[in-house]
Ligand binder design. Structure first.
Ligand code: DOR
Ligand code: ZN
Length: 350
């Protein structure tokens, strides 16, 4: 019997871009409708590199929530710091003490949107910071791609494992590490089998699509994100991991809003907007392989368990009913094109 409804603990998004200003105001409602908490990425311009900047950003998010009529009880932004060559161990200790900052994000310099200030030599310049993070239990959230322009864009994650992840975790075996937006079979194998406190987030687009989606009938910029969609063998490895018994794989949308004009552009921005319909997309991916019963663990249990936070106490219900993804939605004085715009999904959050 195919299931028609699914009620699960309210999920959290362990990897989200909320932006700032008008953009923040435009997107906050989408995430707060779907999720109880979200880990908010620090790649603003300028990046969120200090506790003071993170707390000021948190206050702007809370103000945007207030203006949108979202109760502080309904949604909690979990803040992050952006790791640079100049981050100090004292800043890590201060971050931990606030209780508001749940992780420090590594953007290898040049890897993606607003990553220019990122760390250039992790084990060299950041070793004292990493030591402090390991000591106080502050997770390192990793954009796991090498930035070497000579490395093929489809190989950058797999090579990152050998060049950065393995040496990093050898030097700091007790450091809590989240391999963000995992996209490859190599990444799945590494995270599943590694020793120590390592986990990974997985996006909806990497569960639903392989790289053909970017080129189907012409170049489709709304399917372009980083790390880029990979071959089918990798998509299959990801959906197997997400629906497996391993506690190490959990939900992180990487929803990354860019105005329509900057996506449909000669040099289009990387990022898929999925905050609008994240649970509909994940449900579609799980349902495709008959694993709806595994969605709650992935979306609502393993993330808080890894971060040492309580699971949520409210629930949400998904209904098997056709849902037409809108062609575009307002984004300040521009618009946003959600992933799979104009397509019909089989699930809807009630
Ligand atoms: O596609 C992406 N968009 N990948 C990232 O790593 C950053 C994000 C963004 O901020 O736009
Ligand atoms: Zn991201």
């Amino acid at each position: 019997m195919t299931i028609q409804t699914l009620t699960i603990i309210k999920p959290d998004d362990w990897h989200l871009h909320l932006r700032d200003g008008d953009a923040l105001s435009a997107v906050i409602g989408d995430t707060a409708r779907q999720f109880a908490r979200a880990v908010v990425m620090p790649n603003l311009k300028p990046p969120v590199t200090t506790v003071r900047l993170a707390l000021e950003y948190q206050a702007r998010i809370e103000l945007a929530m207030k203006k949108a009529g979202i109760s502080p009880d309904a949604f909690t932004p979990l803040m992050t710091l952006y790791l640079t060559d100049n981050t100090s161990p004292a800043e890590i200790i201060h971050a931990k003490e606030t209780g508001a900052i749940v992780g420090v994000k590594l953007y290898p310099a040049g890897a993606t949107t607003n990553s220019d200030a990122g760390a250039t030599d992790l084990l060299g310049k950041c070793s004292q910071v990493l030591e402090a993070m390991q000591r106080v239990g502050m997770p390192l959230l990793v954009h796991g791609e090498v930035t070497d322009p000579n490395v093929d864009v489809f190989d950058r994650e797999a090579l990152f494992i050998d060049r950065v992840m393995i040496p990093l975790r050898k030097a700091f075996p007790e450091l809590r590490v989240v391999f963000e937006h995992l996209t490859t079979k190599e990444g799945v194998d590494y995270v599943r089998d590694a020793q120590g406190p390592v986990a990974a987030t997985i996006t909806a687009q990497h569960l639903l699509y392989n790289r053909n989606a970017i080129f189907q009938g012409g170049v489709r910029p709304h399917w372009y994100c980083l790390p880029i969609l990979k071959r089918e063998v990798h998509r299959v490895a990801l959906i197997e991991a997400a629906t497996s018994d391993s506690p190490r794989f959990f939900l992180g949308t990487d929803s990354a809003p860019h105005a329509k004009g900057l996506k449909e552009h000669a040099c289009g921005c990387a990022g898929c907007y999925t905050a609008l319909h994240a649970m509909e997309l994940y449900a579609t991916a799980f349902d495709q392989i008959g694993k709806m019963d595994r969605l709650e663990a992935f979306a609502s249990k393993r993330g808080p368990d890894f971060y040492g936070l309580p699971r949520n106490t409210t629930t949400v219900t998904l209904l098997r009913t056709p849902y037409l993804v809108p062609q575009e939605i307002p984004y300040g004085d521009q618009t946003l094109v959600p992933l799979a715009a104009g397509e019909t999904l089989n699930w809807k959050l009630s």
